[in-house]
Ligand binder design. Structure first.
Ligand code: ZN
Length: 278
């Protein structure tokens, strides 16, 4: 096949969307495993995971993360499992308490910014501590870049060994009070990363109604894609997405327009330099 493979990330749950927003948001571990398996079968090869308490509130409980990891390894063979160390699921070092479980990847924000109603705080000390935990447990970071300075910080950390390469960065746009969805900025992010770290890989993540826009730009510019109910619960203005799998199917359907196809799990691992590569 000549089409360039695209890693489709499915962000299944997050910590904000509720059952009231969309009844398909998976909350319990067994719901999460079931929803991820359907998304995997639809073409997603990377699961970005948060855990929740049974009442839906955000959790940072390593025991829950452990059960989720076990379920995903059993039901989604080869799928890349990424845990979120994002700030909505706990505070300070609580956010990295599950790293000893050694998922394939974990998210790592390399700077602070504003979120819709609060400051998303990532002190230099916390960033270094989380990165050290990832190195210790063989977890590959996905850098979450909410602005340009976070890309430069990631490049610096990859150069001095705090992040073990190859570097993988996600550009996030559409979070209120952070970067808006702006085509020129997006292109500049991708070109800047390519200029500084030619072998780096990247993913575009658009929040809410911007999800499809960033999927299209990422497919076009040679990046990878993220979808899922964490970022967006709708298919369009009037229709709720019936599942994570439905959002993945939408990305799969767009791939051919850009000469792309969904990567297999083995290809996704090869592209990211992870064990189990095809
Ligand atoms: Zn997340």
């Amino acid at each position: 096949m000549s089409e360039k493979p695209c890693i489709i990330t499915v962000a299944i749950t997050g910590s904000v969307a509720t059952r009231a927003d969309n009844p398909a948001v998976p909350i319990t571990v067994s719901e999460q495993v079931e929803s991820t398996q359907a998304a995997f079968e639809a073409g997603a090869t990377l699961a970005h995971c948060h855990v929740r308490n049974d009442d839906g509130s955000p959790s940072s409980d390593p025991e829950r993360f452990g059960r989720l990891l076990e379920g995903l390894r059993r039901h989604c063979p080869g799928m890349i499992v990424q845990f979120s160390t994002g700030g909505r699921s706990g505070s300070g070092r609580e956010r990295g308490g599950m790293l000893p479980l050694a998922p394939d990847m974990a998210s790592l924000s390399t700077g602070s910014c504003n979120f819709p109603t609060r400051v998303y705080e990532n002190s230099p000390e916390l960033i270094d501590w989380l990165a050290a935990g990832m190195r210790e447990h063989g977890v590959k970071p996905e850098v979450e870049a909410f602005d340009l300075s976070m890309i430069f910080k990631a490049v610096e950390m990859a150069a001095d060994g705090r992040i073990v390469g190859p570097l993988h960065v996600q550009f996030v746009m559409g979070v209120k009070n952070a970067m808006p969805v702006d085509r020129e900025s997006f292109v500049f992010f991708a070109e800047t990363l390519r200029r500084l770290v030619p072998d780096a890989t990247w993913t575009g993540a658009g929040i809410g109604r911007h999800q499809d826009t960033l999927v299209r730009w990422s497919l076009e510019l040679g990046g990878h894609c993220r979808t899922g109910l964490e970022d967006n619960v709708r298919l369009d203005k009037t229709t709720l997405a019936p599942s994570n799998a439905a959002l993945v199917e939408r990305v799969v359907a767009l791939c051919p327009e850009y000469g792309r196809r969904p990567a297999t799990a083995g290809e996704a691992r090869a592209l990211l330099g992870l064990a189990g590569a095809a």
